[in-house]
Design a protein around this ligand. Structure first.
Ligand code: AMP
Ligand code: ZN
Length: 464
């Protein structure tokens, strides 16, 4: 079945065909590791996980690169302010490398909690300085770059067309632009590919332009070309990347080798909080840990992301996330009930569900529609192992770790202490193969209102 993906570059849904046989090459802009990633960032990575899993489900193999930005991302995306890493380092009295290591580890801990698949290649900017420098030199050699006293700028006026990705009208923007920071820029929308390091700058490298460091946009251009070649299949990021970061990546690739680096550009709409922007000053920037503290699992947040299509804004509220937590537990319970069911279901019904599910996810990742089918199966009155199998099959895309439903339910269930103690005693009895005692304890638990079931995935407990 064809996969349709919306391409920001052409502004339409297109049938997806990989450039290189069965392999799909993807580049995803990764985190800037100067603080904890927030749930808005993770909406974008949940989307990337869905994309990966859908392509895999359809039989493709992946070569997926994600960068870790540990240098060069200034406070504003358009070359203004301090390097985010250095600012955090100063604030926390650590080296930028320590900051990067700490927040990179924290990022992947959250990614694991969200059951997000790891890209095949994770590339740190600071480990690719040589590649970036080569890229910058090519741009300059081809006449697209020029030096000022503070940086090497990309001259956008040299391009046949700029912008190509966003709808922004450059003339309007130039007219409305703020008084420029660097008066040596030839055009207001020229951007830095390489930045000369001020005296007190910590991260800096030798270059033909003295001690300096790469611009943020250049890192993605250099690392994507290194691992995926000049033109690859899909480039992903949040919508905030469209007008500046991705626009500038395209400009750089055109400057270096005359091509737009990716065929399909995909962008995730923003997660909002209480109907508005998530921002530190409003105190509404939440992390996965903060959600967990309120009893919302990372996986429940993932399910929450499926309540809206990735190209529409999603409004986060704690009530909404709590509803997703309850829904997730219900889905797990339904899965377990189906697993224990013996009804025979006609194969054509199963095939119809599979077909509908695949149609939904292959239609530009329509997860809300796909979830409707999941719930139809989950709620089916007929309890059947076949339905459990279908749910597990769909979970290859949903990534909700349904196969471990029991484990999560046990953890989530607030069982009284005395029942927990009895369960522990029964566990010991079973380890000692004292089946009589184990049955006796099970009956006692039943008298107190709970049913214990032993499945191949472990013990499950349900309220009568
Ligand atoms: P950053 O670490 O700031 O470079 O951002 C990492 C990723 O998260 C980028 O792809 C951003 O576009 C994306 N992003 C940032 N804020 C949000 C948000 N509120 N909703 C969805 N994605 C976001
Ligand atoms: Zn990027």
């Amino acid at each position: 079945m064809a996969i349709k993906l919306y391409n920001t570059l052409t502004k339409q849904k297109e049938n997806f065909v990989p450039l290189n046989g069965n392999e799909v090459r993807i580049y995803s802009c990764g985190p800037t590791v100067y603080s904890f990633a927030h749930i808005g960032n993770f909406r974008t990575y949940v989307f990337v996980d869905n994309l990966r899993r859908i392509l895999e489900y359809n039989g493709y193999t992946l070569k997926h690169v994600m960068n870790i930005t540990d240098v060069g991302h200034l406070e504003s995306d358009s070359d203004e302010g301090e390097d985010k890493m250095e600012k955090a380092a100063r604030k926390e009295n650590k080296s930028p490398y320590e900051i990067a290591k700490f927040y990179t580890e924290a990022f992947f801990k959250d990614m694991d909690k969200l059951n997000i698949e790891r890209p095949e290649i994770i590339a740190k900017a600071t480990e690719h300085i040589e590649d970036m420098l080569e890229f910058a030199k090519e741009i300059v050699k081809n006449g697209y770059g020029y030096e000022t006293s503070t940086a090497i700028y990309f001259d956008v006026s040299k391009l046949d067309k700029y912008p190509v990705l966003s709808n922004r009208n450059i003339e309007d923007q130039i007219a409305g632009a703020r008084v420029d920071v660097d008066p040596e820029k030839r055009n207001p929308y020229d951007f830095a590919i390489w930045i000369k390091a001020p005296e007190n700058h910590i991260m800096k490298w030798e270059s033909p332009w003295g001690l300096s460091y790469p611009g943020w946009h250049l890192e993605c251009s250099a690392m994507s070309r290194k691992y995926l070649g000049e033109v690859f299949d899909i480039h992903t990021g949040g919508v905030d990347h469209i007008p500046t970061h991705h626009e500038n990546e395209i400009a750089q690739s055109k400057g270096a080798f005359g091509k737009i680096p990716a065929k399909t550009w995909m962008h995730v709409e923003f997660l909002q909080v209480d109907g508005g922007k998530m921002s530190k000053s409003l105190g509404n920037v939440y992390t996965i840990t903060q959600l967990e503290e309120k009893g919302i699992e990372a996986l429940a947040y993932k399910l929450f992301c499926y309540t809206a299509h990735y190209r529409t804004k999603l409004n986060f509220t704690f009530e909404g996330a709590m509803a997703s937590q309850k829904a997730l537990n219900r889905l797990r319970e339904s899965y377990i009930k189906h697993l224990g069911g013996n009804e025979d279901i006609d194969e054509t019904i199963i095939e119809e569900y599979k077909q509908k599910f695949l149609e939904a996810v292959n239609d530009d990742l329509n997860l809300p529609l796909a979830m409707g089918i999941v719930w139809e199966i989950a709620r089916n009155e007929k309890k059947s192992k076949k339905f459990a199998e279908v749910l597990l099959d769909f979970d290859r895309i949903l990534g909700l770790d349904l196969k471990n439903s029991n484990k999560y339910l046990e953890k989530n269930m607030q069982i009284p202490e005395e029942i927990a103690e009895l369960l522990e005693k029964r566990k010991i009895a079973r380890e000692e193969k004292n089946w009589a005692l184990s049955d006796e304890i099970r009956d006692e638990i039943k008298q107190r209102g709970y049913i214990v079931k032993d499945t191949k995935d472990g013990v499950s407990i349900e309220k009568i």
